[in-house]
Design a protein around this ligand. Structure first.
Ligand code: C2E
Ligand code: MG
Ligand code: MG
Ligand code: MG
Length: 280
C-alpha cells in the first residue's frame, strides 16, 4: 500500500502499532500451538428440560488453559482463530474431543456445538462434521450445531444448502443468541431451525420489566409457531427459572443449573444426578 501511494509517501508506523502487530503475531503462534497440543478443550454446560428438570444435553464451550495455568476466554481467541485461518483446525480438534466425551454420556443426551459464522462459508463443513461423527461413533441425532444470525449473512444460499445437508443426516441446528445479530426476521422464514436460543441479554429484569417481558413472549410465540424448541440462556436465579417455566419455554441454561465444567466433572455431575434419582 505504501508503494502504491508513491515513494514520497511515508506511512506512519507508531511504536503502539508495532506493539499491536507483534502481540497479534505472538498470539497467533501461541494459538496455533495450543490447538496442535490440545490445550484448548471443550467444557460442558448442562441444558435442562424445564418441564421435567432433567438434563437433556450439554453445550460444549471451548476453554484455553495455557501451560502456565492462565486462562484465555473464547471471546478473545475465537476471533483470532477466525481471522488467522485457524478456526477449522480448532473446530475439528475440539469437536472430535467433544464427540468422544459425549459417547460416555447416556444415550439421548445431546451435544450442542458452536459453529462460527466464518465456517458457514466453508462448503466442506458438513463433510468435516460427518467424518468426525464416523470416527468417534457418535450418532448424528445426538449432535446439534449452534449458529448465530450473523452466520446467515455472508452466503445465505450456501448456508441454506449446508443446513439441509446437516438435517438430512439427522443433525439438529439451533439459532444461537437470537435477537442480537445482523440478520432480519425474514431469514427465519427461509432457514429451518430445530431450536431457537434466546440470548442472555433478554433475561435480566424479565419478571419486572413489562416491555422486556413482551419481547420474550413474542420470541417464544414465534419459535413455537415455527415448530422450534426454545432454549433460554443465562438463567442465574430461581425467579428467572420460574418465569420461563411459566412462559412455557422448553429448555433452560445458565449458572443456576451449572457452570461449564470439564469432561471429568461432567461425568461426575451425571452420575450424581443418577444417584439422586435412584434414591428419590
Ligand atoms: P454462546 O454460544 O452464546 O455461549 C454461552 C455463553 O454464556 C458462554 O460463554 C457461557 O459460559 C455463558 N453463560 C452460560 N450461562 C451463563 C449465565 O448464567 N450467566 C452469564 N453471565 N453467562 C453465562 P463463554 O463460554 O465465555 O463463550 C462465549 C462465546 O464464545 C459463546 O457464546 C460462543 O459464541 C463462543 N464460543 C465458545 N466456544 C466456542 C467454540 O468451540 N467454537 C466457536 N465457534 N465459538 C465458541
Ligand atoms: Mg452457543
Ligand atoms: Mg448463546
Ligand atoms: Mg450468547
Amino acid at each position: 500500500e505504501a508503494k502504491a501511494r508513491g515513494p514520497n509517501h511515508h506511512v506512519l508506523f507508531t511504536p503502539q502499532m508495532q506493539q499491536k502487530v507483534s502481540e497479534r503475531a505472538k498470539v497467533e503462534g501461541e494459538l496455533r500451538e495450543a490447538i496442535e497440543t490440545d490445550q484448548i478443550k471443550p467444557f460442558y454446560q448442562p441444558l435442562i428440560d424445564l418441564r421435567t428438570g432433567d438434563v437433556c444435553g450439554f453445550e460444549a464451550l471451548a476453554r484455553w488453559v495455557r501451560t502456565d495455568g492462565s486462562k484465555v476466554p473464547p471471546a478473545f481467541f475465537i476471533p483470532v482463530a477466525e481471522e488467522k485461518g485457524l478456526i477449522t483446525s480448532l473446530f475439528q480438534r475440539v469437536l472430535h474431543r467433544a464427540c468422544c466425551d459425549a459417547m460416555q454420556w447416556h444415550k439421548g443426551i445431546l451435544l450442542s456445538f458452536n459453529v462460527s459464522p466464518v465456517q458457514m462459508e466453508d462448503r466442506l463443513l458438513p463433510a468435516r462434521i460427518f467424518e468426525i461423527l464416523g470416527k468417534t461413533g457418535l450418532s448424528p441425532d445426538r449432535l446439534e450445531i449452534e449458529i448465530t444470525e450473523n452466520a446467515l449473512v455472508a452466503d445465505p444460499d450456501l448456508a441454506a444448502k449446508m443446513m439441509e445437508e446437516l438435517h438430512a443426516a439427522g443433525i439438529k441446528v439451533a439459532l444461537d443468541d437470537f435477537g442480537t445479530g445482523y440478520s432480519s426476521l425474514s431469514q427465519l422464514a427461509r432457514f429451518k431451525f430445530d431450536k431457537i436460543k434466546i440470548d442472555k441479554s433478554f433475561v435480566g429484569r424479565c419478571g419486572s420489566d413489562d416491555r422486556q417481558a413482551k419481547i420474550i413472549q413474542a420470541m417464544l410465540g414465534l419459535s413455537r409457531n415455527l415448530n422450534a424448541k426454545t432454549t433460554v440462556e443465562g438463567l442465574e436465579d430461581h425467579q428467572q427459572v420460574a418465569y420461563f417455566i411459566q412462559q412455557g419455554c422448553d429448555i433452560g441454561q445458565g449458572y443456576v443449573f451449572g457452570r461449564p465444567a470439564s469432561a471429568e466433572d461432567t461425568l461426575e455431575y451425571l452420575a450424581q444426578r443418577r444417584r439422586v434419582l435412584a434414591t428419590a
